[in-house]
Design a protein around this ligand. Structure first.
Ligand code: AMP
Length: 144
């Protein structure tokens, strides 16, 4: 899906927000939902999605909702840092399929990095063990 298009209310993240699909939740409030990526590029790979908007990407995010959403992205990044103590953290976001986007509801990736550890491919990693994801989510949630 290119940059221009229509928001699909049945995209995976919209379904997660409605409770129609499960997710391993880290933290949730009225602005955003943070949950574990089930194909993590690294241990602790977390996604943060805005609630109450039909924004496929950053360009479509209403400006008056962006600040509160980005504060959640920062808060979860801080919690990932505190919980997992990585050597670095990638915070990234893709706009449009040619840029690498595969789910068309705005989201930021928070990907911890450790010295010498190779990053799994974007959307190419293997599905994570659910018990491990739940344990990581608990560790991160404890630091939010
Ligand atoms: P992007 O390619 O930037 O749109 O990122 C979408 C991300 O969602 C990828 O990293 C996928 O691994 C992740 N993903 C896809 N389906 C799910 C799901 N059901 N629960 C959690 N993460 C998912």
């Amino acid at each position: 899906m290119a940059l221009n298009g229509t928001y699909d209310p049945d995209n995976i993240f919209a379904k997660i927000l409605r409770g129609d699909m499960p997710a391993v939740t880290v933290h949730e409030d009225d602005v955003a939902l943070a949950f574990m990526d089930i194909f993590p590029q690294a241990k602790g790979h977390t996604l943060v999605i805005p609630k109450g908007v039909q924004a496929r990407n950053l360009i479509e995010m209403p400006g008056d909702r962006l600040g509160s959403y980005m504060l959640r992205v920062q808060n979860i990044t801080r919690a990932v840092a505190a919980a997992l103590e990585p050597d670095g953290i990638v915070v990234t976001q893709f706009n449009g399929a040619p840029a690498g986007q595969t789910v068309f509801h705005l989201h930021f990736h928070i990907i911890p990095r450790w010295e010498g550890e190779v990053l799994a491919g974007h959307s190419g990693g293997k599905q994570a063990d659910m018990d491990e994801l739940k344990s990581l989510a608990r560790q991160i949630a404890a630091k939010v």
